[in-house]
Design a protein around this ligand. Structure first.
Ligand SMILES: [Zn+2]
Length: 405
């Protein structure tokens, strides 16, 4: 690089082995990964380093000031701190959630909640937006596009504003007004698309230009770059930090299980990758069992594992969980592999169960949006079935704020 900055890292295809400087997907059609993600060489930060407090810094120092970038030893983006597009995000609270607030007879959650709605735009998608826009800046991108049911779009729009990069966000025509407002206020262009969620993605991909394969690194300056929370490996670098934070907050001891909402698998696979990397680095001993909570009626992972009836137990779509209604997850095979590899599972949560759980959450002081109620509802089901025992130590991320509706 002429100015001496470290170059953006190459991508590689796990399917065909191709290596490229940058593309939104491989020529063979598969999602790409970072060719050579970094790994820390030393042990995890000790107790003194781990909580340096205000003004603290140094290798591995974890504090409010550095947020999720405290884990930069694991991150394949932002090698030059000057490229980082950050709003101080991350290190969200991990709090005990022992009782369920409204109805003592229902039993408590008996879990720790990771408050992922405590982010600049009110959802965990900021984890991926900070790393994705950092990658965009490393590549010299001038315009990004994304398609989203709401939260990812608001996150990309906000971080694009922070980076001074133009953004357009493709959204379903019936997107919630509060999410649309967040996109508009950040100066991004919302593009409403009639039809299914898949139609929204198709319209966004069509806007990339350069035939059907999108912009190569170094392509036309006015071409858009796909800041996709489903395709872009930089996004998953960011969502993997949820695992680093959970481990750090627990003194480098992984929980027995983690239960997350599951649509495209943005958080589920981020957690999987993160815990795997921690284990490889020797920072934790074991990867937790990973459970994904899908929306009943749109639950392709549950369908693949347990059949059509299990995926749609009420014969109607869980309309409350609009954030995870993904019929064809881009990384479906990787999700199934992660379930198998961790002795996890996926289950479909009905609208009835999700709405009841949302009321319990709100009554207990967790002001979340409807979609993320599927995860604690799934935990309740898993405990009821005996798939998780009372002794199992469980973390449940609560992914989006109720303030955005
Ligand atoms: Zn390939």
């Amino acid at each position: 690089m002429p100015d001496g900055r470290p170059p953006a890292r190459d991508l590689a295809c796990p399917e065909c082995g191709a290596t490229v400087s940058d593309r939104w997907r491989c020529e063979c059609g598969a999602p790409l990964e970072f060719a050579d993600p970094p790994a820390p060489e030393g042990p995890p930060p000790g107790p003194d380093e781990a909580m340096p407090g205000p003004g603290g810094s140094g290798r591995g120092g974890i504090g409010a000031r550095s947020g999720l970038w405290a884990f930069d030893e694991f991150l394949a983006v932002g090698d030059d701190p000057a490229d980082r597009v950050t709003l101080g995000e991350g290190m969200t609270p991990l709090v005990d959630a022992e009782r369920s607030g409204d109805d003592p007879s229902a039993g408590g959650w008996d879990a720790a909640f990771k408050l992922e709605y405590v982010f600049p735009t009110g959802s965990f998608k900021d984890r991926g937006a900070t790393t994705t826009l950092t990658r965009a800046r490393e590549l010299g991108v001038e315009r990004v596009v994304e398609d989203s049911s709401g939260n990812a779009g608001a996150a990309i729009a906000t971080y694009a504003a922070r980076a001074g990069i133009d953004a357009a966000v493709y959204v379903p025509a019936d997107v919630k007004e509060s999410k649309l407002r967040a996109i508009r206020r950040a100066g991004a262009e919302p593009v409403r698309i009639e039809g299914s969620r898949a139609d929204v993605t198709a319209a966004c991909v069509a806007a990339l230009g350069e035939g059907d394969e999108g912009r190569r690194n170094g392509g036309a300056a006015d071409a858009a770059w796909y800041a996709s929370h489903a395709w872009n490996p930089a996004f998953f670098e960011g969502t993997a930090t949820v695992a680093y934070e959970i481990a750090a907050q627990r003194g480098w001891e992984a929980p027995d299980a983690v239960v997350t909402p599951l649509g495209h698998g943005t958080l589920f696979l981020g957690a999987y990758r993160g815990f795997r990397r921690l284990e490889r680095a020797g920072w934790i001993d074991e990867v937790p069992r990973l459970f994904g909570a899908q929306a009943a009626g749109v639950a392709p992972i549950v369908r693949a594992l347990h059949g059509a009836d299990a995926a749609d137990p009420e014969g109607r779509v869980n309309a409350a969980a609009d954030g995870i209604q993904i019929a064809e997850p881009v990384r479906k095979r990787e999700i199934l592999d992660a379930v198998a590899d961790t002795d996890g599972d996926a289950l479909a949560v009905t609208q009835t169960a999700a709405e009841r759980e949302l009321e319990r959450l709100h009554a207990a002081g967790f002001y979340t949006e409807p979609t993320c109620a599927v995860a604690p509802a799934a935990l309740r089901e898993l405990r009821g079935r005996g798939a998780l025992s009372p002794d199992d130590d469980v973390v449940v991320p609560l992914t989006g704020s109720g303030l955005k509706g």
